[in-house]
Ligand binder design. Sequence first.
Ligand code: ACO
Length: 337
Amino acid sequence: MDYAARITGTGSAFPETRMTNDDIALKLTEVGLKTSDQWIRERTGIVERRISDVNNSAEHNSSLGERAAQMALEMAGRKPDDIDQIIYATCSPDTIIPATACWLQSKIKAHNAWAMDINAACSGFVYGTVIAEQFIRTGRSKTVLVIGAEVLSQFVNWHDRTICILFGDGAGAAIVERESAKSPQRIISSHLVSDGRLSELLHVPAGGSNMEITPERYARSMHKMRMNGKEIFKVAVRTLTECALRSLEQWGMRVDRLDWFVPHQANLRIIEAVANRLGLPMDRVVVNLDRFGNTSAATIPTALDEAIRDGRIQPGQTVLVDAFGAGLTAGGFLFRW
Ligand code: ACO
């Protein structure tokens, strides 16, 4: 029997606290830096983002993942016991050991599953879904929970105005299930790439096994993200366009037949440049970064969930998702909802 993989449910969750651009401008004034709502809107398209209160366990990474997972299970009509595999995409885990996937497994009581984290930064949800698809197609898994969730506000350098304006916290989830290979509703094609030569464009120097966080390194914010925004911008436009075209080509699909494009939400100008290169009008592009900023691995599943729940994405429609992130990692997949 040949199998295909189908997305049958999605969910999303965000922390309660909204941080507007004006809030950030005020916060930066306290450390002698300037920014403005106008600058952030014009350069990024972001208006506000959500920030987790890490003293509140309900807003930990795995707790946001738990809420998103419950919504996805409900939409798919599945119970936690049905899940046989959990893939948790995050680069801001609850803990280094154990995997956030295991914290989540315990919270949602998915005791029949095996669980693992993957770190592909902002491409994590795309990588995770394609991994789920492969396990399903070989017959090894039947019902996979894929989560993309981040509390990146903990890794943002609040003294660097080029970074702290961009990121927000949140979680998105999808249930990916075994389907007959003949089913029209399935994951149709995918394309994954990475280029480790570009690792330094966005990285956190300290906190891994090769550099512990000493007081001196802490004072220099070496445990926070460092980013070459200008270079990432250029690479992002190129790789997102390439991954989108490759995913379409594999299925021989013309871009004008595509119903929806759900790209990684890093900067509205990047999204518009990619849509323009693909020849896609913006009314077929799902955008949520104005309200949530860049939530890294969570951008695509949260945007997808919003567009499915508000009825923009209809059963039978074809959707292309497309991501890039630190690594550099990138990838896209095409599916029929
Ligand atoms: N407020 C006000 N001024 C600012 C700010 C700010 N927050 N940040 C930078 N500036 C200033 C700069 O100092 C510079 O001033 P100067 O001209 O006097 O030197 C000017 O604004 C222009 O700076 P640029 O860096 O050229 O601004 P740019 O238009 O490139 O926008 C940004 C910067 C928003 C970071 C953009 O490069 C970007 O979005 N890059 C991609 C970043 C990204 O996607 N990162 C995450 C990807 S990977 C992942 O998702 C995990």
